[in-house]
Design a binder for this molecule. Structure first.
Ligand code: PGA
Ligand code: ZN
Length: 461
């Protein structure tokens, strides 16, 4: 049934796509860049970050802000930080200087409609592997700001511009929403990083918001009853005061029930293990339970969780340096759950292709700042689609009022969107932006569902 609905959406999209392309002013449009201005602004953790304004020759503007991760993949684009004593070494003056002295001169006069050309020009300035010369924070803000300016110059919403330029079929994504934070986002109070829900049984984005709100507050009530309410973690999920990682899962299941839902029917659980944060070279250590395990034991434990806790998606189940274990996990559970590569793939098309060849994942987490430019991130997304994978456009734990990723997820038709929890405006701005997109006259369809083969969820219906 779910598969059929998906096929139907794809078919409708296929028919509509030529129409949407006609709506753009297309390649004939020239929107020359007149200037770029970088500025230091502050993210949701109170850390400095980079904002870029792009101005076109006709006065049209675009703006974007770089987010920042805390549990970063070793191979992702580096944020350029000044180091030293002030602002805990996190100031971004060097990155801003690079925008003014290198990126701006290289982009002035280029057509903002040619996103790939813009990104190639940025890349040509920094031949280092991880963009450590310009900084991924500078390149991502510049690249995204140009995308905004081009959309504004076309007089169309950003999601529509993305769909037109990258020739994709837009859709409103299915959210993945954190209820408990953990790992690096909660002082490692528990080892697992994200305890999330998805509502693949919802019929609209609105309904997902409603159900999520009920589950979120039910979880808060449960914590309060146990005397364990202790505020929220970095992404707005409840602070995880638990004696074991399993207790967090049990509480999440209980919260879903308390919200009046039957786990596994409309609502399922999704985890980001972020295993690189507690393991290296195939050896892992769950600090909360003082338990050491090897890759095989970690995989066995996650397998038991899949059976016991209505889990439909698992991100980074093992370390980014443990490819054999990723393959083993995908081999054993890839038919039951979405196996998502985040730190493992760092939004890199080549790593996606390798992982697809090795059958190490079946889904990609897309973080534009891991890649460093819009084009590179979309290339990774395309590589994932070609492999027949799902994709989830994702925020970082350090975020701002920038809602570009809601448009990126919708415009590309990525299918899923992960932005953290259900409180805090740097998160809610992304969910609310999807609601606004949904209200537009020619809004795309809500994608719903979770198109997995042989999932327990699929079996039950
Ligand atoms: P980060 O983590 O933004 O702190 O790197 C988010 C994630 O792992 O998905
Ligand atoms: Zn992750």
């Amino acid at each position: 049934m779910v598969q059929t609905v998906f096929k139907l959406f794809s078919l409708i999209g296929f028919i509509l796509k030529p129409l949407t392309i006609i709506q753009t002013k297309g390649s004939a449009q020239v929107s020359k860049i007149q200037g770029l201005k970088g500025r230091r602004v502050w993210d949701s953790r109170g850390c400095p970050t980079v904002e870029v304004d792009v101005i076109l020759e006709n006065g049209v503007r675009g703006r974007a802000i770089a987010p920042a991760g805390a549990s970063r993949g070793a191979r992702e684009a580096l944020d350029l930080r000044d180091g030293g004593d002030s602002l805990r070494g996190k100031d971004v003056q060097t990155a801003l200087n690079g925008i003014q002295t290198r990126i701006a001169p290289a982009l002035i006069g280029i057509n903002a409609q040619d996103q790939r050309g813009v990104d190639v020009a940025i890349l040509a300035l920094d031949n280092s592997e991880l963009k450590e010369q310009l900084g991924g924070n500078a390149t991502v803000a510049a690249s995204l700001a140009v995308l905004h300016a081009a959309a504004a110059d076309n007089g169309i919403p950003l999601w529509r511009h993305i769909a037109n330029y990258f020739q994709s079929t837009p859709s409103i994504p299915l959210p993945e929403i954190q209820i408990f934070g953990g790992g690096a986002h909660a002082g490692r109070r528990v080892d697992i990083q994200d305890f999330m829900i998805m509502v693949p049984g919802a019929t609209s984005f609105d309904e997902v918001m409603e159900i999520t709100s009920e589950v979120y507050f039910a979880a808060g009530d449960l914590m309060k009853r146990k005397g364990r309410l202790a505020g929220v973690a970095d992404e707005g999920g409840w602070w995880p005061v638990f004696d074991s990682n399993e207790e967090a899962l049990e509480t999440l299941v209980a919260a879903i029930k308390l919200a009046g839902e039957q786990p596994g029917e409309r609502v399922v659980i999704s985890l980001d293990i972020a295993a690189s944060e507690f393991g290296k070279n195939g050896q892992y250590r769950l600090a909360l339970e003082d338990r050491a395990m090897d890759s095989g034991q970690l995989i066995d434990m996650l397998g038991r969780w899949i059976d016991d806790y209505f889990i439909a998606s698992i991100e980074d189940p093992v370390g980014e340096d443990d490819p054999e274990a990723m393959q083993e996990f995908q081999r054993r559970y890839g038919d039951q759950v979405q196996v998502v590569g985040d730190d493992y793939l760092v939004t890199n098309a080549n790593l996606v292709k390798t992982a697809a060849r090795e059958n190490a994942c079946n889904a990609l987490l897309v973080k534009v700042n891991q890649a460093g430019t819009v084009t590179e991130a979309v290339d990774a997304f395309h590589a994932a689609s070609e492999a027949g994978w799902q994709s989830i456009v994702s925020a970082r734990s350090g975020e701002t009022e920038d809602a570009s990723i809601s448009h990126l997820s919708t415009g590309l038709g990525s299918g899923q969107l992960k932005v953290g929890s259900f409180t805090r405006s740097e998160r809610m701005v992304k969910w609310n932006e999807c609601l606004r997109i949904q209200d537009e006259e020619d809004a795309p369809q809500f994608v719903g569902g979770l198109p997995l083969k042989n999932t327990w969820w699929g079996k039950k219906i």
